[in-house]
Design a protein around this ligand. Structure first.
Ligand code: GLA
Length: 389
């Protein structure tokens, strides 16, 4: 159904002739391992079944023409393949433009322009990575249309991250693009961001579901404190490196960190680095617990992750804390935490099937009365990574 809908719109906007192809890239939710991916630590995200649908076709000239069904009032935005620049007025198209730019930067030959239409059903700025989804779907389009067979899905993830870092100015890690490019139905990815080695772990929740609560507090990573947190961790690492021969905070155990934390010259930075170290260890333990079928322990570690993000990393805020702290009090909640960059965005909770309805009602009502506007809830499924659709 979605395919017909996007194809029909493409035909209206760009005309239906020629070799028109369709693609999909999911959104992602991270179950645990937050703000560890730029610290050489582990993450545990999964791809969702919601995401970005795309239709694309090569052009005969060097124009890139973009249209989003999510921003119909903006209409078609055009760019020139030979002079790709980030321009504020180009809005969302800076993401696909950035990816095309990244391919060119890395020496791939993009021989013509393209018409690209997108439709996403991930809520924007929700923390479910709608922008990384757009980046990865663009990577898949470019690989397919220009027959770049040697480009792997992992490389597409890296190109997406490269474009985000160098074209869009957000120093993000690799988690989002990797999860979106490499996702697998009913599995989460246990990824070691130090060397990109990874394993798929089946998510068998038996009598429970993954519920996402979207705070509806709008934020963009660029204007958030994301880059500041990353810089704080980098400074803390430099301070630790005066005595320790480590490449990243992810190499430290909790004990090693406690024994050496005084090398860090600032109390706030000690807390930031503490989060990165402890969260990485928590993620490793959480995956072990899940493998043993110990969902209760997994949930407990999710809760501890939120506390650390709230108190030590300070990336939660009233909205996310209200959602999570209300969730913890509900019947049938196995674990609940913020997910993604924070500062707004979403929470992820594991909730027993029979309590999901009541959970949504109670958390929703309390959120509205505390924050003043409504949250949105999604019971989600874990889907496959990006590809031709
Ligand atoms: C954003 C970034 C990721 C990661 C998370 C926090 O989603 O894009 O690379 O750092 O925040 O875990």
């Amino acid at each position: 159904m979605m395919k017909e809908k996007v194809l029909e719109k493409f035909q209206k906007v760009f005309g239906g002739e020629g070799d028109v192809r369709t693609y999909f890239a999911p959104g992602r939710v991270n179950l645990i391992g937050e703000h560890t991916d730029y610290n050489g630590g582990h993450v545990f995200p999964c791809a969702l079944t919601i995401g970005t649908y795309a239709v694309a076709r090569k052009r005969k000239d060097n124009k890139l023409r973009f249209y989003s069904m999510n921003f119909e009032h903006i209409g078609v935005i055009e760019a020139d393949l030979d002079s790709l620049k980030n321009r504020k007025e180009d809005g969302w198209t800076n993401y696909p433009k950035g990816v095309v730019w990244a391919f060119k930067e890395k020496g791939y030959s993009i021989t013509s322009g393209m018409d690209v239409l997108l439709f996403g059903n991930i809520p924007n700025s929700s923390g479910l990575s709608s922008s990384a989804s757009v980046e990865v779907v663009t990577g898949v389009i470019v690989k397919d249309l220009f027959e770049l067979e040697s480009v792997t899905m992992q490389e597409i993830a890296l190109l997406g991250q490269y474009s985000e870092n160098h074209f869009n100015g957000v120093n993000c890690g690799i988690m989002d693009q990797f999860a979106i490019a490499m996702g697998k139905k009913d599995h989460a990815i246990f990824l070691d961001t130090a060397d990109l080695s990874y394993e798929y772990a089946p998510i068998v929740l038996k009598d429970a579901k993954i519920v996402i609560a979207c705070s509806n507090k709008k934020r963009g990573l660029g204007d958030s404190k994301y880059n500041e947190r990353r810089a704080e961790c980098e400074t803390a690492l430099l301070e630790l490196q005066k005595e320790l021969s480590i490449q990243s905070l992810g190499e430290l155990t909790e004990e090693e960190f406690e024994a050496n934390k005084n090398l860090i010259q600032d109390a706030v930075r000690i807390r930031r680095a503490k989060h990165a170290v402890y969260e990485n260890q928590r993620t490793i333990h959480a995956v072990e617990a899940l493998r043993k079928g110990d969902i209760k322990e997994f949930g407990k570690l999710m809760n501890e992750s939120h506390i650390s993000l709230r108190d030590d990393y300070e990336v939660t805020g009233k909205e996310l804390d209200t959602l999570v702290e209300t969730a913890w009090k509900q019947k049938g909640v196995i674990g609940s935490r913020m997910t993604g960059a924070g500062f707004g965005g979403c929470t992820v909770s594991i909730v027993k099937n029979e309590n999901v309805e009541e959970f949504i009602k109670n958390v929703g009502e309390n959120y509205k009365s505390v924050v003043g506007y409504a949250a949105d809830f999604y019971v989600v499924d874990i889907g496959d990574g990006a590809g031709v659709y």
